[in-house]
Design a protein around this ligand. Structure first.
Ligand code: KG4
Ligand code: ZN
Length: 341
C-alpha cells in the first residue's frame, strides 16, 4: 500500500519548521529554523518580529524539508499545519502557506492543535503506544495533564491556573541574568547546586486538585533575588537554580503520578519543551517505577517546537478523514479537543 506522506508546518511561536513524515512514524526530514538568537536580546519572544521572521523563512524551510526527504510536492498526501494555540500573527504565516499549497496542489489540508502535536511527538518514537494514557504537557505556554482514551480522544484533567512551568523557568532565569530561553540554562546550572539550599513553596492547591499554580513560586524566587541584591549578598546561582527547579519538578511529578493512579493508567507520556528537563525525567522515572508505571518521553529535539510532531498528529487526523476546509483560520486560544472546523 502507498505510504501516507504528510508535509507538516509549524509557526506557532519562535520556530519556523517544516517536516516530511511517512505514516506518522518515519521522519524523512524535520527542518527547524530557530529564531532564538533574534529574540534573545529582548529576553523573550517579540510577536511582531516572530511573524516577520516566519514570513522570511517559511518558503526556504519548506523547500529544504522536501529536499532533505528526497520527495517532491507530487509525493505528498496531505499538508498538516498548526492553527492554534499560539501567537496569532505567527500562526497565520504557517496557515496561509499550508492553504496556498493545499489549494494549488489540490491536496487535503489538516489543521492541528499545537498541544495535540506536542503529545503526538511521543507516537513518532513509539507508534505502538497503547491507550489509555496520561500525558503531562509542559511547555513555555502550557502545563496540562491530559487523559488520552484513543487517537483524537482527549480530556483535560488538570491545567495551570496561572503561569506555565516553562514561563516560570524563563522569567526566573531572566531575573538571574542567565539569558533566554531559561529552562535549559537552569537545568544545566542546577546540576552543581543543592536542591535543598533555598526553601521554596510548592503549590498543591485544594484537596486532590490536579491543577497547577507556579506564580507564587515565581514571585518567591524573584523576591529572594531582589532581597539579596538590596542587602548586597552574594547569590549561589547553582543552589538557587537547583532549589527552584526542584520546587517545580516535585509538583509536576506528584500530580502526574496522582493523575495516572486516579484514572488507573499504567503509562505516562511527557511532552513540550520542559519535558527535556533532566531532573523531571529522572525523578519521574524513579518514582513511577516504584508504582509500576512506565514513563515515555520523546528525544529533546522532538520536545521543543518542531513540524515532525505536527505531521504525525496530522497523519492520525488525516486517516480519520478530519480534513479542514480552505477557510481554516488561525485560532490563538484554541482549546485541546475543540477543533474549529
Ligand atoms: O514546547 P516549547 O518549545 O514551546 C512552547 O510551545 O511553549 O517549550 C519551550 C519552553 C521554554 O519555556 C523553555 O525554557 C523550556 O521549554 N525548556 C526547558 C528545558 N528545555 C526547554 N525547561 C526546563 N528544562 C529544560 N531542559
Ligand atoms: Zn510548543
Amino acid at each position: 500500500m502507498r505510504e501516507n506522506i504528510i508535509l507538516g508546518i509549524e509557526t506557532s511561536c519562535d520556530e519556523t519548521s517544516a517536516a516530511v513524515v511517512a505514516d506518522g512514524k518515519k521522519i524523512m526530514s524535520n527542518i527547524i529554523a530557530s529564531q532564538i538568537p533574534v529574540h534573545r536580546k529582548f529576553g523573550g519572544v517579540v510577536p511582531e518580529i516572530a511573524s516577520r521572521k516566519h514570513v522570511e523563512l517559511i518558503s526556504s524551510v519548506i523547500g529544504e524539508a522536501l529536499e532533505e526527504a528526497g520527495v517532491t510536492f507530487q509525493d505528498i498526501s496531505a499538508v498538516a499545519v498548526t492553527y492554534g494555540p499560539g501567537l496569532v500573527g505567527a500562526l497565520l504565516v504557517g496557515v496561509s502557506s499550508a492553504k496556498a499549497l493545499a489549494y494549488s496542489l489540490e491536496l487535503p489540508l489538516v489543521g492541528v492543535n499545537h498541544i495535540e502535536s506536542h503529545i503526538y511527538a511521543n507516537f513518532l518514537a513509539n507508534p505502538a503506544l497503547r491507550f489509555p494514557l496520561i500525558c503531562l504537557v509542559v511547555s513555555g505556554g502550557h502545563t496540562d495533564l491530559v487523559y488520552l482514551e484513543g487517537h483524537g480522544k482527549f480530556s483535560l484533567v488538570g491545567r495551570t491556573r496561572d503561569d506555565a512551568a516553562g514561563e516560570a523557568f524563563d522569567k526566573v532565569a531572566r531575573a538571574m541574568g542567565l539569558g533566554y530561553p531559561g529552562g535549559p540554562l537552569i537545568d544545566r546550572l542546577a546540576v552543581d547546586g543543592d536542591p535543598k539550599a533555598v526553601a521554596f513553596p510548592r503549590a498543591y492547591l485544594e484537596g486532590d486538585s490536579l491543577d497547577f499554580s507556579f506564580s507564587g513560586l515565581k514571585s518567591s524566587a524573584l523576591n529572594y533575588l531582589n532581597k539579596a541584591v538590596m542587602k548586597g549578598d552574594d547569590i549561589n546561582k547553582a543552589d538557587l537554580a537547583a532549589s527552584f527547579q526542584q520546587a517545580i519538578v516535585d509538583v509536576l511529578v506528584d500530580k502526574a503520578l496522582a493523575a495516572a493512579v486516579r484514572v488507573d493508567v499504567k503509562t505516562i507520556l511527557l511532552a513540550g519543551g520542559v519535558a527535556s528537563n533532566s531532573r523531571l525525567r529522572k525523578e519521574l522515572d524513579v518514582k513511577a517505577a516504584n508504582r509500576g508505571i512506565r514513563i515515555v518521553y520523546p528525544p529533546p529535539v522532538l520536545c521543543t517546537d518542531n513540524a515532525a510532531m505536527v505531521a504525525c498528529a496530522g497523519y492520525y487526523k488525516y486517516i480519520r478523514g478530519e480534513v479542514a476546509p480552505l477557510s481554516l483560520n488561525a485560532v490563538a486560544g484554541l482549546k485541546l479537543g475543540a477543533d474549529r472546523y
